[in-house]
Design a protein around this ligand. Structure first.
Ligand code: FMN
Length: 168
């Protein structure tokens, strides 16, 4: 985030853990609601959807839990239906062309830990006409602050610059 701000990007940080994000109820009402996100559930996803629609790039920052993201982030990803009006009368894709990246920590090594989540996000991007810009991840070796080594901080900053280049 510091590097993004240094590069003059406007950044909004959403701390999902503190928010109420219900699961998708499969009502499909959003599919008949044109031009707006259109979910009937009035929880914190309303604010998250507004911020997603505002952003040029969305960075999914998560520890890997059970080969995927946290449950709160999974609920947000499930609730993407309101952006993709593929299954009803509304039509269109509200978040088309936005860039999506991943920042992750994980206990297991490299690809073994991150591949399932990365594949899922890539497929969601293809399905939604989003541009996947890549992942920066660090293995949490010792339960200390693995993401705060100078190597990890520099890696995260380089990733931030890559995101900026993709958006420009
Ligand atoms: C409930 C739970 C599930 C986890 N599942 C995985 C997993 O599937 N793969 C993995 O590599 N690490 C897994 N881990 C380890 C976490 O990814 C690791 O502790 C975390 O990235 C540390 O980063 P943090 O301190 O930023 O949360 C899991 C940890 C917890 C608590």
């Amino acid at each position: 985030m510091e590097e993004l701000k240094t590069q003059n990007a406007e950044v909004q940080y959403i701390e999902l853990e503190k928010m109420t994000i219900n699961s998708c109820k499969e009502c499909y009402i959003c599919q008949d609601t044109a031009g707006v996100y259109g979910c009937v559930q009035k929880d914190d996803m309303t604010e998250i959807a507004e911020k997603i629609l505002w952003a040029d790039a969305i960075i999914l920052a998560t520890p890997i839990f059970a080969w995927y993201c946290t449950s709160k982030m999974k609920a947000v990803l499930d609730r993407h239906y309101g952006f993709n009006k593929y299954y009803g009368s509304a039509g269109g894709c509200l978040w088309e062309g936005k860039k999506v990246g991943i920042i992750a920590t994980h206990g297991y090594e490299g690809d073994y830990a991150t591949e399932p989540f990365e594949v899922g996000v890539k497929r969601l991007c293809t399905h939604s006409n989003l541009k996947y810009v890549g992942m920066y991840s660090v293995q949490d070796n010792d339960n200390l602050a693995s993401f705060q080594t100078s190597e990890a901080v520099e890696g995260a900053k380089a990733f931030a610059r890559k995101v900026i280049r993709e958006v420009m």
